[in-house]
Design a protein around this ligand. Sequence first.
Ligand SMILES: Cc1cc2nc3c(=O)[nH]c(=O)nc-3n(C[C@H](O)[C@H](O)[C@H](O)COP(=O)(O)O)c2cc1C
Length: 208
Amino acid sequence: MTASTNVAGSYDGRGLIETIYRRHSVRAYKSDQIDDRRILELLDVAVTAPTAMHQEPCQFVVVQDRALLKRISDRAKELTFADALHHGNVLKRPGSAGDGKSSRDADPEFDIFYDAGTLVVIAAEVTNEFVTADCWLAAGTLMLAATAQGFGTCCIGSAVGALNLPQTKAELGIPTAVQAIAPLIIGLPQTDVPPTSRKPVNVIKWVR
Ligand SMILES: Cc1cc2nc3c(=O)[nH]c(=O)nc-3n(C[C@H](O)[C@H](O)[C@H](O)COP(=O)(O)O)c2cc1C
């Protein structure tokens, strides 16, 4: 393999590999809003991801209304509390009895979307067992494209419950039969984010 070709002898994929290593979850954003054209370009890349049985189930909602993002964040935190209480967890609201273990999620100021100006929700009608995989593959593709363009991203799995509440779905125009599956935030990173570590690759067995 030369510097300019890959094993197939065609294009130089080093830029993509570098982008993959450069992608880190960004949790602090500048206030600048991304323009619509850029977002549409990213969605266009996202839908090139592999799709089981070529069903192309992904649908997109773009949320840039900060008041709505805050409402969804608050609902997500409420659901976390409800869940934690249900499971007898130690999560407490600040100021409540025994709040010695109060968490970030208990902070009314904490925004699960980290003040990013754009949330992209990838949604789909779950008609087969691979639909969620399709959505997350589209999310991964979108995140890499965003990284290549200098944007930061972060998956926000903690928003899924709140996004699927009937009230939120109505606000976002998500039809009843469609589920929000992969939420991710996009914006201009405030600073460079250092990489997180990974466990060594675990090859259980290599059968030859
Ligand atoms: C399905 C999924 C859900 C996630 N949900 C959240 C989340 O709710 N909040 C958050 O801050 N990060 C979330 N993350 C980001 C992970 O914490 C992050 O990818 C992981 O720590 C590795 O760091 P890196 O992305 O910088 O490599 C999520 C990631 C995935 C794949």
